[in-house]
Structures are given as structure tokens and as C-alpha cells.
Design a protein around this ligand. Structure first.
Ligand code: DGT
Ligand code: CA
Ligand code: CA
Ligand code: ZN
Length: 579
């Protein structure tokens, strides 16, 4: 994973924001925004490319390529620094508030001198924003909500950032002398949607070399605590990491303990007490004699508590203990069960890679089928036309059966429709009938009231050509709240009309979220775990979607893209008039 690509992408995104804040050319801001996305999605590490190589990346011209080499040569980009210097850091932080954005942030700074989140909160409480042009009581409310969202996300990081870092740390420690076993535990092992800190566990008789290697990691910014059993660092990414080193024969008990969740552990400890045992990170002991009973593997620990091994994604005290005792734990869906991806884009709309590259990358993942679902014409920015869509279909038919194992990967031609404010979608029935499948998603009018939003989604479900509702709540974790709708009514409509709900696997979205999945499943809804890939790299985001599906207790039978193609096609055809 090329982390330098993310660094450069973030830098250019910031530059684009700075251009907008300082009232610069909107077109120019767009250029840097597009470059940021292209670099973030590029498969090769940009740190290793020269100006010529960089220019082969789509949307990267000479001037941008030179800024990238400048960045790796000097550690900064003069043009970016110059704009940074013109805007107080506080104002730039304002742009991070969901629903605010650079233009409004600048108005607040220029008109009211607001340069921090605290000052902004005060101004809203004093109702001082509503008199500004382009603001009103409703804007004040929205901004206040955005501030809350930012605060609640706090210093937690998204899954992909945490996983990249944890993978690296585990690799380094595993290669350190004397390390028996090493793994990450905590919320990351449970695949929670955001991660507060990393909890890394290692087994060794002598913790010295491991602790030393840990504090010497290149991204260890600060050593917060240093001991023989636990050491904590803060990384340059802002994320803290705890390393615990335990004796090898305590591995299972320690892994169980530090995986959590706290709520789950309270329940397992209760079980232990019930069996006259004592459970700690060092093992399961006889409460009276103090004699150690088991501790080497998690399986042994659970078995002695009268439980089967419980998958980490279920360990939230949401009924997993009871289900385990009854022998009714779900046979959770896994990434290996996936036979295809049903929501992906190409450069015909806002994807980065051409059709053929996306298809080739999908085949690499061993899929049996793969759907291409570019945006319809209602998202005007995408410039879609009937002709362009039909031309793509022809190309898809040509490529069908030319990739994958035994060239057997089947291609489905679909679209991601836009659900308009009234629940209408891009095309009339005659045109929709030509698609193998349609995903339909909300992309605008996020603030409709609850009744209107519910009606809108239910109408989309009732469209016989809509097979999947894409990113159903449209939330962006820590950046945009989900829409306000009566989700139970939407779930009931999905079950009734045979419309699947998407679990969008992008780590910024994870939409539906775990708790809503659990609720929807009770309504009898089926799901599709989709990457919504806009580049070949995004196809691998499936792991986050599968983790989320597991947290919603889903089995393979619940997830339509684990099904054989014949069963999937039957599902897609239901409700459609016979052709
Ligand atoms: P996070 O870091 O906020 O994303 O969430 P976790 O679950 O990783 O929580 P963290 O890092 O505070 O602790 C890791 C695990 O260690 C936690 O899931 C369970 C265990 N643990 C930590 N402190 C306690 C405690 O006071 N009591 C119990 N029973 N378990 C604890
Ligand atoms: Ca943690
Ligand atoms: Ca921790
Ligand atoms: Zn999409």
C-alpha cells in the first residue's frame, strides 16, 4: 500500500480547498481536486516516479508532477505553503466542519472575524450568522450539527488508515528476534467503523527487543509510556498504539481480553464467575486454588466457558453469548464467499480507470461475475447520454467471457441511477429494461424532511427496475450525517419489493452500518456488499464491507453477491415485467 500516494492526495485536496478559500479560480481548484483523486487511486507509489512517469497518471500535468517531485525532494510545496500562510490555521480547520465548506468559512472570517470552531459556536449561539448573505437560521442549525459530528468523530480514524498502520507494525514486530506471535486486537480486530487506538499484542519470553523495535518505528512520534509489559506510542498520523507483550502460554487469554469489546468481556467474565473461574489477560484460573486452567488459545478459553469460539466481529454483547450457548451463532459471510461486485465505475463517468482495466482487476480477484454501473444522466456533471451508455454496453458484451478463470467471468451491464427528490430515477422503464441490474442511490437533496425522504426511498424500491439501493443513508463517516428517514419503513419496502440494500464497502461510507443491517435483516431484506470502486485499488475495499456485514450478523445466504449467477439473475428479474 503506497502511503505516499495518500499523503500527496491529501496535500492537493488541501491546496484545492485553499484555492477556493482565497477566492481563487474555481476551475483551478477542480484541477487539483481531480489530481488528488487520481493520485490517491493510482496503483504505483508516486514517490518512486519522475516527472515523466507522474504525467502518465490521468489528470496529472507537468506543473502538478513537478509539485510532487518538489514535495518528495524538500518535504513541502512552495505554492501550497504560500497559500497556507495567507489563511489562519483556525479558518482552515473550519473547512473541516461538515456542511460548512471553504466559501462559507471565508465569509465567516472576513465578515465576523471567526477563526476557530469555538468562536463559530459562540457566534451561532448569539444568532449572529443568520444576517449574513447566504446564511439563515437553518444554516446555523446545519453548521452546529456539523460541529457535533466533527467532535463525535474526535480523534478516531477510519478503518483503512488503522489497518495499514497495524499491518505494518505487526510485520515489523513479527520480524523482531524472540517474537513468538504477533497480531492486532481491539476494535480493529472487531472491524469497527472507526478506531480510537491500535492494540497490538505479541508473545515473547523477553519483551525487551520488541519494545525497543516498537519505540524505534519511523512513525513513532512520541513514546507516551514505556514498560516491560506495555508500551504506548503516538504516531505521526495522530493515532496512538499500545503494544502489550505477554508470555507465550498466555496468548489466547490475552488475545481474548484485548480484543474486547469491553461489553463482551464483562459477559465472558460473568460466565467465568458462574463456573467458579477467574478470567484475566493471563488466563482462565480456578477461583479458589488459583490454578491456571487454560490460556494458550482463544478456543480453549471459550470452550471452558461453555461457548464456541466467537468471531471478533460479533463481540459487542449484542446477543452473541446467548446465541453461542444455544449453538446458534451465524455462519458469517466471508470475503472468500464473494462471487462478484455489483457496483463499480469506469472513466466513462467519475471512475479513474477504463472499463478494460477495471474488468481485468476484477478478474484478478477471482470473481465469477462483475457489474459495471456508471452514473446515469441525472447527475449532470457526469455527462451521460443514452448513446454513451449503449456504446458501453456493446463494449461490455464484447469483453464478457474474455477474462477470469477459464475466461469464465461474466459481465453484467448496469447503472447507478440517481434517486431524485420525488423518488424518480434517470430513465423511463423502456430504457431501464435494457440493463442487467440497476443500483439506485441518493446523491443530493440530503436535508429533505423525514416523511419526504422516506417516501422518496420507498418509491425507488417500488420501481421494478431498481435492484439495489446504493449507500442507503449517504453518510460519510465523521463528515456528513446520514439522511433522516424512517429506515424501518424503507427496510419493509425492500423486503416487500425484493430490493437489496447495499453495504457500501468504502471505508469513508460503510453504509448501511452494522446496527441498521441487523434491523434490516429482521425485516427479511437481502444485501449486496459492493466496493463502489472508482479505481482498481478500491476493489480491495470489500474487506471492510464484509467486516461490516459480519458485524450485522449476515450469512452468505443474506448477501446476493455470494450467490451463483443463476440465483442472482433470478433475484434481479423478480418484479420486472416479462420481456
Ligand atoms: P477503541 O480503541 O476506542 O476503538 O476501542 P477498543 O475496543 O479497541 O478499546 P480499547 O483500546 O480501550 O481497549 C482494547 C480492549 O481491551 C477492549 O476492547 C477490551 C480491553 N479492555 C481495555 N480496558 C478494559 C477494562 O477496563 N475492562 C475490560 N473488561 N476490558 C478492557
Ligand atoms: Ca483500541
Ligand atoms: Ca488501547
Ligand atoms: Zn457509485
Amino acid at each position: 500500500m503506497a502511503r505516499s500516494n495518500d499523503e500527496v492526495a491529501a496535500l492537493f485536496q488541501e491546496y484545492a480547498d485553499l484555492i477556493s478559500i482565497t477566492g481563487g479560480d474555481a476551475f483551478r481548484a477542480r484541477v487539483y481536486e481531480k489530481a488528488a483523486r487520481a493520485i490517491g487511486g493510482h496503483h504505483a507509489d508516486v514517490a518512486g516516479l519522475d516527472v515523466k512517469g507522474l504525467q502518465e497518471i490521468p489528470n496529472v500535468g507537468r506543473s502538478i508532477a513537478e509539485k510532487i517531485t518538489e514535495y518528495f525532494r524538500t518535504g513541502s510545496v512552495a505554492a501550497v505553503e504560500e497559500l497556507r500562510a495567507r489563511i489562519p490555521a483556525g479558518v482552515r480547520r473550519l473547512t473541516a466542519i461538515p456542511t460548512l465548506g471553504p466559501k462559507k468559512a471565508l465569509v465567516l472570517y472576513e465578515e465576523l472575524g471567526i477563526s476557530s470552531v469555538e468562536e463559530l459556536t459562540e457566534a451561532i449561539q448569539g444568532e449572529r450568522l443568520r444576517d449574513l448573505k447566504g446564511f439563515g437560521p437553518k444554516t446555523e442549525q446545519n453548521i452546529l450539527h456539523g460541529i457535533e459530528l466533527l467532535r463525535s468523530a474526535g480523534d478516531r480514524v477510519l478503518l483503512d488508515v488503522a489497518l495499514d498502520l497495524a499491518t505494518d507494525i505487526v510485520a515489523v514486530l513479527s520480524g523482531t528476534a524472540g517474537c513468538g506471535r504477533c497480531a492486532y486486537a481491539g476494535s480493529l480486530r472487531r472491524v469497527k467503523e472507526t478506531i480510537g487506538d491500535l492494540d497490538v499484542l505479541a508473545a515473547a519470553d523477553d519483551s525487551g527487543p520488541l519494545m525497543k523495535a516498537f519505540t524505534e518505528l519511523p512513525y513513532a512520534d512520541e513514546v507516551i509510556a514505556h514498560g516491560t509489559t506495555k508500551t504506548s506510542i503516538r504516531t505521526t498520523k495522530g493515532l496512538s498504539v499500545d503494544l502489550r507483550v505477554v508470555p507465550p502460554d498466555s496468548w489466547g487469554a490475552a488475545l481474548q481480553y484485548f480484543t474486547g469489546s469491553k461489553a463482551h468481556n464483562i459477559r465472558t467474565r460473568e460466565r467465568a464467575v458462574h463456573h467458579k473461574l477467574k478470567l484475566s489477560e493471563y488466563g482462565l484460573f480456578d477461583a479458589e486454588s488459583g490454578e491456571k486452567i487454560v490460556s494458550e488459545t482463544e478456543e480453549e478459553v471459550y470452550a471452558r466457558l461453555g461457548l464456541p469460539w466467537i468471531p471478533p466481529t460479533l463481540r459487542e454483547d449484542r446477543g452473541e453469548i446467548e446465541a453461542g450457548l444455544r449453538g446458534e451463532l451465524p455462519d458469517l459471510v466471508t470475503e472468500a464467499d464473494l462471487r462478484g461486485d455489483l457496483h463499480t465505475h469506469t472513466d466513462l463517468t467519475d471512475g479513474l480507470a477504463p472499463l478494460q482495466e477495471m474488468v481485468a482487476a476484477a478478474a484478478e480477484r477471482g470473481y465469477a461475475y462483475y457489474a459495471i454501473t456508471d452514473h446515469g444522466p441525472d447527475m449532470a456533471m457526469q455527462r451521460m447520454t443514452d448513446e454513451r451508455m449503449l456504446a458501453q454496453r456493446e463494449r461490455v458484451r464484447e469483453l464478457d467471457g474474455t477474462y477470469g478463470k477459464g475466461r469464465g467471468m461474466r459481465l453484467l451491464h448496469g447503472a447507478e441511477l440517481n434517486i431524485g427528490p420525488d423518488g424518480d430515477v434517470d430513465w423511463p422503464a423502456e430504457f431501464l429494461a435494457g440493463f442487467d441490474l440497476c443500483v439506485a442511490s441518493v446523491h443530493s437533496h440530503f436535508t429533505q424532511d423525514r416523511a419526504a425522504m422516506t417516501r422518496r426511498l420507498v418509491r425507488a424500491c417500488e420501481n421494478p427496475y431498481v435492484d439495489i439501493i446504493g449507500h442507503p443513508t449517504t453518510r460519510l463517516i465523521g463528515r456528513r450525517p446520514g439522511i433522516d428517514a424512517d429506515l424501518d419503513a424503507v427496510f419493509a419496502a425492500c423486503a416487500r419489493t425484493g430490493t437489496a440494500l447495499e453495504i457500501n464497502a468504502h471505508p469513508d461510507r460503510l453504509d448501511l452500518r452494522d446496527e441498521d443491517i441487523l434491523r434490516a435483516k429482521r425485516h427479511g431484506v437481502k444485501f449486496a456488499v459492493n466496493s463502489d470502486a472508482h479505481s482498481t485499488l478500491h476493489l480491495a475495499n470489500m474487506r471492510y464491507g464484509i467486516g461490516t456485514a459480519q458485524r450485522g450478523w449476515l450469512t452468505g445466504d443474506d448477501v446476493i453477491n455470494t450467490w451463483p449467477l443463476t440465483r442472482l439473475r433470478r433475484f434481479l428479474r423478480q418484479g420486472r415485467p416479462a420481456r
